[in-house]
Design a protein around this ligand. Structure first.
Ligand SMILES: C[S@@+](CC[C@H](N)C(=O)[O-])C[C@H]1O[C@@H](n2cnc3c(N)ncnc32)[C@H](O)[C@@H]1O
Length: 190
């Protein structure tokens, strides 16, 4: 069973330090999120990406924040209300994934994928809801010692991510490095 982020530490996820190390708006710009689009944030936590995504997609777009933790979903809901982000919907989902919304522009997992148990099944579940223009984005920690992040043994090397994606019916479109500690992978249906 992979390591899980301790829910009680949700404040760290929204910290100014993290914002500096992994500027959410820059990352969302890097993947090309635009006004009017639909952004499914899987394992959204308290909304580190969902909130800025809501501002980018605007009133014509939608953000769907999903998480296995009801505490996280509650925090996201509160933060969305505080920001008056009316285009954010939230839902608690099972560990194995959900019937993800179909045909979204982005299915986005930031620092979540290493916490998932059956990764191939989870990827296939997402893929089944994607169209040809949908993009899957995975952001996670490199398999090396870093200041923050999950234990080294739970990190997934980039080459393993690539193989998992290919085995699950994806083509890698692009790889980016949001900082020194993490990688980002953009993929589409093969
Ligand atoms: C380290 S936090 C990252 C939260 C958010 N993506 C961010 O970057 O701030 C990992 C999140 O993934 C959620 N999570 C863990 N396993 C999950 C699963 N199988 N499906 C959906 N969410 C999951 C956790 O509850 C937690 O909120």
């Amino acid at each position: 069973m992979p390591h899980k982020f301790e829910v009680a530490r949700f404040k760290r996820l929204m910290s100014a330090e993290r914002r500096k190390e992994l500027p959410p708006k820059l990352v969302l710009g890097e993947i090309g999120l635009r006004p009017g689009q639909v952004f499914v944030d899987i394992g959204a936590g308290p909304g580190f990406f969902a909130l800025p995504a809501s501002a980018i997609v605007g009133p014509g777009g939608r953000v769907i924040g999903l998480d296995v933790s009801p505490v996280m979903v509650d925090e996201l809901r509160k933060n969305a209300a505080l920001k008056k982000a009316a285009n954010i919907r939230t839902r608690t989902i099972p560990e194995t994934g959900a019937d993800f919304p179909a045909g979204a522009d982005f299915y986005f997992l930031a620092n979540v994928f290493h916490e998932i148990d059956d990764r191939t099944a989870y990827l296939r579940r997402i893929r089944s809801r994607m169209t040809a223009r949908s993009r899957l984005v995975l952001i996670d920690f490199l398999k090396k010692k870093t200041k923050h992040g999950p234990p080294l043994r739970d990190r997934i090397p980039l080459r393993t991510i690539r193989s998992l994606l290919v085995a699950s019916g994806f083509t890698v479109v692009r790889i980016f490095r949001p900082n020194e500690e993490e990688y980002g992978v953009v993929a589409r249906r093969a």
